[in-house]
Design a protein around this ligand. Sequence first.
Ligand code: FMN
Length: 352
Amino acid sequence: MSAAAEPRFGIWAPVYGTWGARSHPDDPVDAGYRRTRDLLVAAEANGFTSTLLAEHVVSPSDAQAAVLETFTAAAAVAAVTERLEIIAAVKPLLFHPGVLAKLALGIDDISGGRFAINLVSAWFKPEMAALGIEMPPHDERYALSAEWLDIVQRLWAGERLDHRGARFTTEALQLVPGPVAGPPTVYFGGESEPARALAARAADVFFINGRALPETIDVIEDLRARPRGDRAPLRFGLSAFVIAREAEAAAHAEHDTLLALAAHDDRSRLMAGTDKDVAMMKVNAGVPRVGTNGGTLAGLVGSYDQVAERIAAFAAAGIELFMLQFQPLEAEAERFGREVIPRVRALTLAAA
Ligand SMILES: Cc1cc2nc3c(=O)[nH]c(=O)nc-3n(C[C@H](O)[C@H](O)[C@H](O)COP(=O)(O)O)c2cc1C
């Protein structure tokens, strides 16, 4: 295995209350801010370096289910943590880029330079319909995201911006104060061709939906081969659901239990509301998994040693940040910090 920098570990904030089965007996669904706050304060002490707050105004699976609001929660978490990188997903359809750039600078200030965005370009049609926002066709959404991101990045760079574009206008707009220590990092979530082209051109870190190592390497190679101009090399993150136990068989038994529980969750509203042109849902469609965004398809199910070895292999292939889901969330995140992070550290030190 070639030497890789020590990977970083993040935890998906439970904005829907859970990323696993909603009927888990030991994991009551709780999308409240206080739960997220306590989870992330503990995660920071337990070796995690990042968190991702997804952005959903309404829950795709159940219109009545509670969802945590992304930016207010990010600002509040910024105030109660000290080292955690706080990544907030943002859909350009919901914010004028000048407003979002300003909001981000506010959280950048509160956090002392620990705030980042994850640019996501919308897939769930009922969310936009409920807000009365017209959802352009798939590829047009990426054209909009491209214009939006260019404005945000130029404002973060301190430009006084006169912009007349297809979608947005700014007039001598300048944001003061600027970032605490350089512009916030731009993560990017999207699978399709226009998503990859835009991420390669303008993002800092490309988030890959969890999948096996060979398929992950294919995605990394595809992104690295695309035009990037003079920007620093694109970096990579991987989303995954972890089930780690002392013994491999116990991890697989737990996976079976979670799969059986998750089978009770009703995905019909989510599937019916998904834009048919979205690539994300077509990756490994029909292959059972626990969790969202690839979940257990990344193969982080096994003994502590196996999970650590697979993480080290992904890291050697170029993944620098693992954004993780667990169930029950608090107990399994604590176990991961205790059992797996030190093993990964030992492996990457040995390979260096
Ligand atoms: C790590 C990751 C996080 C994501 N988070 C969100 C999110 O918070 N909200 C959302 O609406 N979509 C989210 N997405 C979905 C992307 O926006 C999605 O891939 C896109 O809308 C569909 O475009 P595509 O056809 O390019 O995949 C996320 C994707 C990834 C990979």
